[in-house]
Write a protein that binds this ligand. Structure first.
Ligand SMILES: Cc1cc2nc3c(=O)[nH]c(=O)nc-3n(C[C@H](O)[C@H](O)[C@H](O)COP(=O)(O)O)c2cc1C
Length: 246
């Protein structure tokens, strides 16, 4: 294993930070690494909102399901799909096709991951915040996001405090990577992974704000979390921002 692969294979999200800020060089290095990410047709349809103002950070935290690490992290960056720039350059193009949402979302996700990997390579840690989409209308207002700009994911970055959390086991290769033809979920493989995850949750320490330790397999986790992920107002919001009308 080379150092890059070792870094990628050792990823865990970090949700607890010291109050040490990043150096200017660290911030710049993370930005440069993220900015060199592949981009669909070089459309470069991503903008990053770096939330520096403490009052604004608090507000963003409140709008993002009150996840305290948003306030505690040294840096909080919000990755947005952004076709506003493209629109200024080529206003005659109809951006209401859903493909533009896919392009912008995919590019933003790739860029965000490169930012996190760059941070981890310097001994920093971080966690993505999909919670920024929980009150997306109000968040867009406080960030003054114009048409064609939508906040997709936040990223907390900082110096980890405390012990590194244990790595979460992932689905085995045989369940998610197939040669030539797709394979429908194999129940016996799922049962083995469920057991692995049950053991993982059993051994995991309980950390605030989660005072009740719930031990279940991955299937139970999906049953709990899938429904909760629904954001009923999202289609209206996307259309208001100029996306996904056709
Ligand atoms: C798009 C995206 C959004 C996420 N949103 C949140 C979030 O709002 N809050 C949080 O604590 N973790 C969030 N996470 C982190 C995941 O919970 C985490 O990656 C997953 O549980 C696996 O754990 P690991 O990263 O430690 O391996 C998010 C991850 C992704 C990729």
């Amino acid at each position: 294993m080379n150092r890059t692969i070792e870094l990628l294979c050792n990823h865990t999200s970090i949700r607890s930070f010291t109050n040490q800020p990043l150096t200017k060089e660290q911030g710049e290095a993370i930005f440069l690494a993220a900015n060199q990410t592949s981009s669909f047709s070089l459309l470069q349809a991503v903008s990053i909102l770096r939330v520096t103002d403490p009052e604004l950070r608090k507000k963003v935290m409140q709008l993002s399901v009150n996840q305290s690490y948003i306030e505690e992290a040294a840096e909080f960056w919000i990755f947005c799909a952004d076709f506003n720039r493209n629109h200024q350059i080529a206003p005659e193009v109809d951006l209401e096709y859903i493909e533009f949402l896919l392009i912008g979302s995919f590019d933003a996700g790739l860029m965000a991951q490169n930012a996190l990997t760059a941070a981890e390579s310097m001994g920093l840690g971080g966690v993505f915040i999909g919670g920024v989409r929980s009150n997306i209308d109000e968040l867009s207002e406080v960030l003054h996001l114009p048409k064609y700009v939508i906040p997709l994911v936040g990223l907390c970055i900082g110096h980890p405090s405390g012990d590194k959390p244990g790595m979460k086991p992932r689905l085995p290769q045989s369940m998610i990577m197939f040669d030539d033809q797709y394979q429908i979920l194999a129940k016996e493989k799922l049962a083995i992974y469920d057991e692995t995850m049950r053991e993982y949750y059993e051994s995991r320490p309980v950390t605030a704000p989660f005072t009740v330790k719930k031990v279940q397999g991955w299937s139970g986790h999906i049953q709990d979390h899938l429904q909760r992920s629904i954001q009923p107002g999202m289609l209206d919001y996307l259309r208001k921002q100029g996306y996904a009308k056709k």
